[in-house]
Design a protein around this ligand. Structure first.
Ligand SMILES: NC(=O)c1ccc[n+]([C@@H]2O[C@H](COP(=O)([O-])OP(=O)(O)OC[C@H]3O[C@@H](n4cnc5c(N)ncnc54)[C@H](OP(=O)(O)O)[C@@H]3O)[C@@H](O)[C@H]2O)c1
Length: 484
């Protein structure tokens, strides 16, 4: 069993928020359950609401009961919760930081945390930089003692200039190596598995290029609408909310060259090369590369403008300027209120060079490698086989590895892995500044080209697979979206 050897205190700004209740504290309980938390691990949560440690711990307990993937053992929970403290102060309250400093020094002594601090910003983005600056002003980073790392939730900026400004302010306090920009997709089991599938087998990698792959499609579809997040979503839209981070990260991992080493810098170097290689379509061709949609009823959602031109669906056709992927299209789509909740990558291989069977004269069923990310986790390899019987018939069959079908509780939540990574100083699954920079550069270019959104955006019915133009984007070249 892996146990991180370093005690530390985790300071959660936003300790009363949704993320802390639904993800962070349950993830810590799961790590405790698996014996993976460091010996002296301690949490100090900060929020504005006034409450005692006892009341705060009780509220967290209710959340763990609700969201834990393991049965909750009260004895274990008590062992964790007695190390969780709550402090009420507003982020702009100087005195609050002074008290926090005193708490942390005391914790260092009580639990041997040796100045090791994990600052987790589970707060809205406008608070990221001010909190980090207060951390410095109040000397909450002990000099020459232990390690101090900051975890920053998404979104990191709303466009390239705002991301650059934020990065500059964070960079004055934490070095790049101590800045962990979280994209929880990167902690998901099947995302980690993409690299294993590619680089721990010999059967896929030799085919992983323009000679054998017809195209790659990446889908992140949701059945839900914006719900209560209309205020945030109005400013973001599908392009900024999903493509800039999760989907471009998937593209980078699926397309990158094998990294020189299995370490954070080598992996991120290769991802950046892909993000830099995304070929931006000419403005005159934008209609053939970008499809935007909005679900019917979006304008009636809470905190959404009745004239909103925010896209709740986007599909892109991209090419990469690199030898491996010369001429291979990458199709990306994401949307809300679609027919099915699914995140997956489909790799469609080329047809055999010459049809051998009459049945394949019009084209055989293509070989597909499907990497299912959520809700089902697994891999399906589709190939052709003979249908049993005296007639010559060819059938597509699938070899199916379903990771979360049979084994109970086998898939850890992304936040478990990511929190362990921060404690052990492994940034492989966090986005480096240049990844963020190149992603925003691309998204900003697309946004600028689509500034006449009101004309481009097409309505689609809730529960469908999105607007017509999203279908046409891929069907124009004789391909189709696989809704598997
Ligand atoms: N929720 C998710 O599933 C999720 C998923 C991915 C990313 N994120 C990101 O995670 C961050 C947090 O999201 P959330 O959903 O947890 O937000 P939330 O539920 O609105 O929680 C915000 C937290 O910030 C605290 N807060 C706000 N202003 C404060 C101030 N001036 N002083 C002290 N505390 C203050 C609130 O404390 P009080 O309640 O005491 O006021 C609360 O604890 C956001 O950046 C979001 O984009 C969230």
């Amino acid at each position: 069993m892996l146990t991180i050897n370093q005690s530390c205190s985790m300071i959660i700004f936003g300790g009363t928020g949704d993320l802390t209740h639904r993800k962070l504290i349950p993830a810590l309980y799961h790590l405790m359950y698996q014996g993976m938390l460091p010996e002296g691990f301690t949490v100090i949560s900060v929020g504005r609401q006034q409450k005692s440690n006892t009341d705060y711990r009780e509220e967290l307990y209710q959340s763990v009961l609700k969201y834990s993937r393991f049965q909750v053992q009260k004895v274990l929970w008590d062992r964790l919760s007695e190390r969780i403290y709550y402090r009420a102060f507003s982020f702009d309250e100087e005195d609050g930081y002074e008290k926090l400093k005193a708490d942390l020094l005391q914790i260092d002594q009580m639990y041997n945390t040796a100045g090791n601090r994990l600052y987790y910003l589970a707060v809205s983005p406008e608070n990221f930089a001010p909190i980090v600056e207060k951390i410095k002003e109040h000397n909450l980073i002990p000099e020459n003692e232990g390690w101090q790392r900051v975890v920053i939730e998404k979104p990191f900026g709303q466009d390239l200039p705002s991301a650059q400004r934020l990065n500059k302010r964070i960079g004055k306090v934490f070095s790049e190596k101590d800045t962990y920009r979280i994209d929880h997709y990167l902690g998901k089991e099947m995302i980690q598995n993409i690299m294993v599938i590619r680089f721990a087998n010999t059967i896929f990698e030799p085919l992983w290029n323009y000679q054998y792959i017809d195209h790659i499609q990446i889908t992140a579809a949701e059945t839900e609408g914006v719900g209560s997040r209309g205020g945030y979503y109005e400013k973001a839209g599908a392009l900024r909310d999903m493509v800039q981070n999760h989907l471009l990260q998937l593209l980078a991992i699926a397309a990158m060259e094998p990294p020189e080493k299995n370490d954070a810098e080598s992996i991120r170097d290769e991802k950046v090369r892909i993000l830099r290689a995304i070929h931006f379509p000419k403005a005159s061709a934008i209609g053939r590369h970008v499809a935007l949609g909005q679900y019917s009823g979006y304008r009636q959602e809470e905190k959404v403008s009745p004239q909103s031109t925010t896209e709740t669906y986007v599909a892109l056709k991209l090419f990469l300027d690199c030898d491996r992927w010369r001429g291979v299209p990458f199709y990306i789509r994401t949307g809300k209120k679609l027919e099915q909740k699914t995140s997956q990558i489909v790799v469609q291989f080329k047809q055999p060079p010459k049809p051998f069977y009459k049945e394949c004269e019009e084209g055989c069923n293509p070989n597909l490698l499907v990497i299912k990310i959520q809700p089902e986790e697994g891999t399906v390899l589709q190939f052709n086989a003979k249908k049993p019987g005296n007639l010559q018939q060819i059938l597509p069959v699938g070899m199916n590895f379903c990771q979360n079908c049979n084994l109970e509780n086998n898939s850890p939540e992304a936040y478990e892995k990511l929190l362990l990574d921060v404690m052990s100083g492994d940034a492989s699954r966090f986005t480096r500044w240049d990844e963020v920079e190149y992603s925003w550069r691309f998204i900003d270019e697309i946004s600028n080209c689509c500034s006449n959104k009101a004309e481009l955006i097409e309505n689609y019915s809730a529960g469908s697979w999105g607007p017509q133009q999203g279908q046409q984007l891929i069907e124009r070249s004789g391909r189709k979206w696989w809704n598997l």
